[in-house]
Design a protein around this ligand. Sequence first.
Ligand code: CTP
Ligand code: CA
Length: 225
Amino acid sequence: LDSQTSSQLLAGKKVIITAGPTREHIDPVRYMSNHSSGKMGYAIAEAALKLGAEVCLVSGPVNLNAPTQASLHKVNTAEEMLSAVMAEVQDCDIFIGCAAVADYKPTQAVDHKIKKSNIELTLTFVRNPDILASVAALPKPPFTVGFAAETQNVAQYAKDKLARKKLDLIAANDVSRSDIGFNSDENALTLYWADGEQPLAKANKQQIALQLLEAVAQRFNQKHS
Ligand code: CTP
Ligand code: CA
C-alpha cells in the first residue's frame, strides 16, 4: 500500500487493543502471571495510530511506554481488564484481543500473607471471564480479532477458537518456536477468517502489526460493504 492509502486506512475508527499479561492475586504479596511482554499489543496500538485510528489500549503490567496519543487503561487482573474493555466498547469499531489473559485466578485471594509450613501447599483456581468471547457475544459486537497462542495443532486450534468465540478474524501464533513470540522482537502469524487465510512471514512486530491491521481493515470494509 502506498503511504497515502495507508494513512487513511483506519481514519475515524475506534480500536480497542488488550495487551500484556494479567496478574491474579494469591495473597497481598504474591500473584500468578505469565511471560507476555506486551510488545505485540503495543506495536498494534502504534500501527493503528499510524493508520489514523482512535486507539484505546487496555494493558496489563508491562515494561513498555504506551504511545502518547493512545488512551491508556492500566489494569492488573483479568476482571479489571474486562471492566475497562466493557466501559469503552460501546462505540468501538474494532476490538483486538492481544493480551495473554490468565485463564484462571485463585479461588480465594487471601487477605494476609500465606505463611510457610512443613506440608505441601495446595492452591485451587477458578476460571476467569473470557474477555474476547464476551466482546464477540455483545448484541452489536465490534469487528473482533483474537490471537491464538498454540504450541501444537496451531491451525486447527486457531480455527476452532475463531468459530467457538464467534470472531471475525484470528491471528495464530506458534509459541513453540523459540525465535518468535512472547519476549521476542519478531513474530510470524497466520491469519484465519471464515472463508480465507493469509500467512504473515516472520518480521519485526512493528511490520507484523501493520500487515495485520491492513488485513483487518480489508475484512472490516468487506463486512460493512
Ligand atoms: N482471551 C481473553 N480472555 C481470556 C482468555 C483469552 O480475552 N480469559 C483472548 C486472548 O487475548 C486471545 C484469545 O482469547 O486473543 C485466545 O487466547 P488463548 O489463550 O490462545 O485461548 P483460550 O481461549 O484461552 O484457550 P487455551 O488457553 O485453552 O488455548
Ligand atoms: Ca488461554
